[in-house]
Design a protein around this ligand. Structure first.
Ligand code: FAD
Length: 463
């Protein structure tokens, strides 16, 4: 019997290095292509915001539009489900007589549950899943998931020694599409409960889509050679160039970690091999580690007590939490980063570390509230990277002093850009405005004694 395949795109919105797509092309007589929105992503949480906010939606819509165009350019189409895959996939299977479904393999509980319900509803169909998220394939690392080490070093060294990234899958040049199927449209933002102003004011930090991802990869490597200085610039916060900005593309699978790796290898051969090129790959291995570790610990990584089941005490002042979310704490280094996140869906790693530490250790607010907020906003939201990083901030990493860090990383221009109330202030005022008579920027929730030394140091710049 001839096979008719359905390629179900999820967090693999790309044609290059997409094993599910490649295998479907090889094994089936013809194919249908589909992506499904889940209305549940836009559910309002008890904390007062949606699971997925407008800026994330916009980035996703851009990525889907790009995928649709790429598929159409080589004879395909993209059906877009608007409610849930639970409705769309079984209906497509029935309407088109699909025999086989091809998709990326999931690992987090919500997605696994969704897949399992769809499989139950489509008992006569064969499902094929392919692991595609990480740099090293899940089956190639020298650990079983239940034995993933508790420290990154214990994972990284053996994994680097014994595993190699697999060869990438080429982009198809002509698709075996079932003829006559028209592509769908992105549902309007109103369908997901967003107001016009909310949607229009969201401006993703980078534009979504595989085309944009590959452009960015070329730019950060061969075009600008910024990669050569990555090791020394990666801790900054200001602008597009200090770090790669690959994370939003990795999160939606517009780009695979293996494609980045291959580019870095070529760069090392043709331009420069140094600590920076090593470090970028090292970061991808971190991402792998968090993915595998989150599989090992399952839903306990979402719990306040964490996977070690350790009770921490919180004050959970909701007004303070709201000030943190809005970027109105009165601490410029925190507020600038939070305002950038709210508008663009992106924040540097330095910003994430500081905002998380401030929430957990200064405001004494349950770390999971912060993780949910980041989940709502980050265009690079990735279940394991977000929750494992927050988990680490809450349970393993010590305090980060946001006043000291604003001075150390010379954040003055970044703060002026994101806090208009401080845009005309000098290099000292902009870091510690509460020490001066500045009326239109919020007074800090609290100025802690532990910041005294950093404040003194900043004042010394002026003398
Ligand atoms: P680069 O510095 O250019 O790094 C290259 C790539 O390495 C990144 O794109 C990313 O895929 C990976 N990487 C780098 N640092 C980390 C890290 N600490 N953990 C996992 N992967 C890493 N990253 C996400 O991709 N999604 C998230 O939801 C997310 N939430 C975070 C929450 C907190 C509280 C913290 C402290 C960090 C979080 N990170 C998350 C990790 C990190 O901040 C971002 O990956 C990074 O800032 C993205 O910018 P970039 O692509 O320019 O990174």
């Amino acid at each position: 019997m001839k096979k008719r395949g359905l390629v179900w795109f999820k967090n693999d919105l790309r044609l290059l290095d997409n094993e599910a797509l490649t295998k479907a092309q090889e094994e089936c007589a013809d194919l249908i292509f589909c992506f499904c929105y889940e209305k549940k992503w836009f559910k309002e949480l008890e904390l007062g915001f949606k699971n997925m906010d407008a800026v994330r939606l916009k980035f996703l819509q851009q990525s889907i539009l790009s995928l649709k165009k790429e598929l159409e350019d080589i004879g395909g189409h993209l059906i877009i489900g608007t409610e849930s895959a639970i409705d769309t996939i079984p209906a497509l299977i029935k309407d088109y007589g699909v025999t086989d479904v091809y998709a990326e393999e999931e690992y987090a509980s919500y997605e696994l549950d969704l897949v399992s319900k769809i499989m139950q509803a489509s008992a006569d169909v064969k499902f094929h899943f392919f692991w595609g998220k990480t740099l090293y394939h899940k089956d190639d690392i020298p650990f079983s998931i239940s034995k993933i080490p508790l420290t990154s070093k214990a994972y990284r060294i053996p994994a680097g020694r014994e595993a190699k990234p697999r060869v990438i899958f080429e982009k198809p040049t002509k698709l075996k599409s079932v003829p006559g199927i028209k592509s769908g449209k992105n549902p309007p933002y109103k369908d997901f409960g967003f107001a016009k102003e909310e949607y229009e004011s969201a401006v993703p930090f980078v534009a979504g889509g595989e085309d944009k991802a590959l452009e960015r990869l070329e730019y950060y490597t061969f075009k600008s050679e910024l990669l050569t200085g990555y090791r020394w610039s990666r801790n900054k916060s200001d602008g597009l160039d200090y770090s790669s900005k690959f994370s939003p593309y990795l999160a939606l699978g517009c780009l695979s970690a293996r494609v980045i790796y291959e580019k870095v290898q070529a760069y090392e051969a043709e331009v420069k091999k140094n600590q920076s090129t090593w470090w970028l790959v090292f970061e991808l291995v971190w991402r792998d580690y968090f993915t595998f570790k989150s599989i090992r610990f399952g839903n306990s990584v979402f719990s306040s007590d964490g996977y070690k089941n350790k009770k921490l005490t919180w004050e959970n002042d909701t007004q303070k939490f709201e000030r943190w979310c809005k970027g109105n704490t009165g601490i410029p280094f925190i507020d600038a980063h939070m305002r950038q996140l709210n508008k663009t869906g992106f924040m540097s790693n330095r910003g994430r570390v500081n905002c998380a530490s401030y929430l957990v250790y200064d405001l004494k607010i349950n770390w999971t509230w912060g993780a949910y907020y980041f989940e709502s906003k980050l265009i690079d939201y990735d279940v394991s990277s977000n929750w494992m990083n927050w988990h680490m901030q809450a349970f393993e990493i010590w305090y980060t002093n946001p006043v000291h860090q604003s001075n150390k990383y010379k954040a003055q221009n970044f703060i002026r850009e994101w806090i208009p109330e401080l845009s005309a202030k000098n290099n000292v005022e902009v870091l510690i405005p509460w020490e001066f008579d500045i009326s239109d920027y919020p007074k800090p929730i609290e100025v802690y004694k532990k910041w005294d030394r950093a404040i003194k140091l900043i004042k010394e710049i002026a003398t």
